[in-house]
Design a binder for this molecule. Structure first.
Ligand code: KG4
Ligand code: ZN
Length: 364
């Protein structure tokens, strides 16, 4: 509480004249200034501490984010108590920054929206307890947000998309296909039976020690795999796409991860190198694992589109597939999905990369 009192105290309260001047510079009508409903969104479900202020028309007034990727890369994965501690250290600063950039004081907020699930319990707890104290202090309404629903609806900030549409969420913690019928009306069509694709790519990148590769040392595992794959030959290794016979839209990535792991061990023996050293065939392995991941994701998505069209869940002529999440920034995977949407007369939409990954805007 002490921290929050301090937080509220340090926000400067601009004069009305200054607010009018600022808003006029964005062509806002001064008479309508205080009709805006401003929501503060707070996200701490995994390893990003993020906050943003968004109004009811989707305008982003200000946002701030602190990524923990660098720390987690060094420890070889997310350690929940470490993530929790980093959220604790940064949440106040990030919320304050989002409000300062928005040039509003906390009292001008209409509500506070915060991710409450799903995610890492310790990380979620930091955002939730911070928000509840703020809510109590400012006497504002609280809006609990489902992280996946926020991801799925983000596209509506940048594109005019009518319900229903199909959404594919692929990241380090998520993997699902759902039909979005309304703001909180989702039909889950498929999900990963084990790990998410980003998690698998991160594990493969760690097993290949890509952090030691001069071109990849600061990249997330998935990004490192995409980068290295460009220099490799995907045909040098034959990793079969998982679940070829499963007549549903579920995914699986841990089998592929184990096969790749065994291949790496085998190659290390052949090249006479220790675990932890860079393999000469790392780029070929990266290209092959990326290709198999793209094939698997594209095939399951193809099934989901056909299923939805057959049942008339999606418009025959104007079906939309939205793809989001960190893995959606992979251009090879996007290309595979483009082949599927072209073949099924669907429109493929991806939010810009900064809105694909975890952020405060989607929560607000
Ligand atoms: O959405 P996100 O920022 O966080 C959550 O997991 O919620 O996604 C991060 C994941 C990581 O696993 C990272 O390796 C993966 O997205 N990723 C990528 C790429 N960039 C990030 N995977 C494949 N290709 C990329 N270019
Ligand atoms: Zn997410």
């Amino acid at each position: 509480m002490l921290i929050l009192n301090k937080t509220a105290g340090v926000f400067f309260k601009p004069s009305k004249r200054k607010i009018y001047e600022y808003l006029r510079s964005f062509n806002f009508h001064p008479g309508k200034v205080f009709l805006h409903k401003l929501v503060l969104g707070i996200e701490t479900s995994c390893d990003d501490t993020a906050a943003a202020v968004v109004d009811e028309t989707g305008n982003v007034w200000g946002e701030a984010i602190h990524s923990q990727t660098e720390v987690h890369l060094k420890t070889g994965g997310i350690i929940p108590p470490v993530a929790q501690q980093l959220h604790r250290e940064n949440i106040q600063r990030i919320v304050q920054e989002a409000l300062s950039v928005s040039k509003i004081s906390p009292s001008e907020l209409s509500a506070i929206a915060t991710t409450i699930k799903p995610g890492l319990a310790l990380s979620l707890g930091v955002g939730l307890s911070f928000s509840l104290q703020l809510v109590d202090q400012l006497k504002k309404p609280f809006i609990p947000i489902h992280h996946m629903e926020a991801h799925a609806l983000t596209i509506r900030l940048t594109n005019k998309v009518e319900f229903p549409f199909l959404v594919l969420l692929i990241s380090g913690g998520h993997c699902l296909l759902a039909l979005v019928r309304g703001v909180s009306d989702f039909l889950l069509l498929g999900k990963s039976l084990d790990i998410a694709p980003g998690d698998m790519l991160d594990k493969v990148a760690r097993r290949l020690s890509l952090i030691k590769h001069p071109e990849c040392s600061t990249m997330s595992g998935g990004k490192a795999i995409e980068h290295l794959a460009k220099q490799g030959n995907k045909l040098h290794f034959d990793f079969k796409p998982p679940m070829q016979r499963a007549k549903n839209c579920d995914f699986s990535f841990s089998g592929l991860q184990h096969v790749v792991d065994k291949t790496i061990t085998q190659k290390e023996k052949e090249e006479g190198i220790e675990k932890g050293q860079l393999l000469s065939s790392a780029a070929d392995i990266a290209a092959a694992v990326q290709h198999t991941t793209a094939c698997h994701i594209a095939k399951r998505t193809h099934r989901a589109i056909l299923f939805c069209k057959q049942r008339n869940f999606l418009s025959e002529s104007n079906a939309v597939l939205v793809v989001s999440g960190g893995v959606a920034s992979n251009l090879y995977i996007r290309k595979a999905l483009e082949i599927v949407t072209n073949a099924t007369q669907c429109t493929l939409l991806c939010p810009p990369p900064r809105l694909c990954t975890d952020n405060g805007v989607m929560i607000a």
